[in-house]
Design a binder for this molecule. Structure first.
Ligand SMILES: O=C(O)C(=O)C[C@H](O)[C@H](O)COP(=O)(O)O
Length: 317
């Protein structure tokens, strides 16, 4: 039985080798990548047994995804189907002035037809925390309904529900996202949201404390975690604020930073840490993730502790 159950799409991520452009690249690195499996793996690596629920095409591409996720020790428990595609995304990483670009190829992915009856709802009811993100309901109207049903099912059974707003501009408009996502808020206990999305998507104003408190009181969340990139994170919990700076990091691959942060935060909350300590852990895990290629936080608890204790060095020998 897993303490954390997550639900969402995992794609194959294809990135040109050696900083080539997508247009001209002849070699692509292939990795599994998806917000909800990234969160499950980060939590699992920190000692929280985790299950990822999804739907994959029963073909070599789907098996490529499941095989990679299993390697990290999570219970990858997808529904297998003969219909639908394996979603992919192409990632071209670049610094200023170009910036990183993502090209999605995920229409009609197998997961877009996933309905709640296809999943083991007992796993969800027995979990400590159920997690999904704002990407999932953006993928199809069926998935928007399934996301709502799974959140309600978990919530009604006393499972804590956690949600990362994860706004993706290439999937829907802020107004569409606001309408769909705010309708889910009633069944969500813990909201993680980037400060820019709180402003841009949820249409809120104010500084970080005002944004978090407005969300907490207006929607009745137990905890709101506002992420602010290199400016750190702020949490509102039961009317109190907790803040943590971002740790210094040399970025090799920024993708998956938010998921690593959330996976670590949930793992530590499940383990009984208070919000401040969980934030510290989350910030350290996020900093480590940025030093690792791929979406996935391949980290250990000792490494996270070392970042917190500032005992990291250039060479360990
Ligand atoms: O499904 C999508 O559209 C995704 O974007 C999957 C992403 O690779 C991760 O969710 C990384 O997101 P961050 O942790 O915010 O960097």
């Amino acid at each position: 039985m897993s303490d954390l159950v997550t639900f969402g799409e995992t794609m194959l991520r294809l990135s040109p080798a050696g900083n080539e452009r997508i247009e001209t690249a002849s070699e692509f690195e292939v990795r599994a990548a998806g917000a909800e499996s990234n969160v499950a793996i980060a939590a699992e690596r920190l000692g929280t047994p985790s299950t990822w629920l999804s739907k994959l095409p029963d073909n070599p591409l789907g098996r490529r995804v499941a095989g990679e996720l299993e390697r990290y020790g999570i219970d990858a428990d997808p529904v297998w189907t003969q219909e639908g595609r394996q979603g992919t995304y192409y990632l071209e990483q670049a610094g200023k002035p170009r910036g990183t670009n993502v090209v999605y190829d995920r229409a009609n992915a197998a997961v877009t037809t996933a309905e709640s009856e296809e999943f083991d709802l007992e796993a969800l009811r027995n979990a400590e925390v159920f997690f999904t993100s704002g990407i999932t309901p953006a993928l199809s109207s069926t998935l928007a309904e399934t996301t709502a049903t799974l959140l309600e099912t978990a919530s009604q059974s006393g499972t804590t529900t956690a949600f990362d707003l994860n706004y993706r501009n290439k999937l829907w408009s802020p107004a569409e996202a606001r309408e769909t996502l705010t309708a889910l808020f009633d069944s969500i206990d813990v909201l993680v949201v980037a400060a820019r999305d709180a402003r841009h998507v949820l249409d809120l104003e104010g500084d970080a404390e005002e944004l978090a408190a407005t969300l907490g009181t207006e929607y009745g969340f137990e905890t709101v975690v506002l992420t602010r990139g290199s400016a750190g994170a702020l949490a509102w919990h039961g009317g109190e604020y907790h803040e943590h700076d971002a740790y210094e990091t040399e970025t090799v691959d920024p993708i998956g930073t938010g998921d690593a942060f959330t996976g670590a935060f949930l793992a530590r909350r499940i383990d009984g840490d208070d919000v401040s300590r969980a934030l510290e852990y989350a910030a350290a895990t996020a900093a480590l993730k940025r030093t690792i290629p791929g979406d996935i936080a391949v980290i250990t608890p000792d490494e996270v502790e070392s970042v917190i204790d500032e005992q990291t060095s250039d060479i360990s020998r």
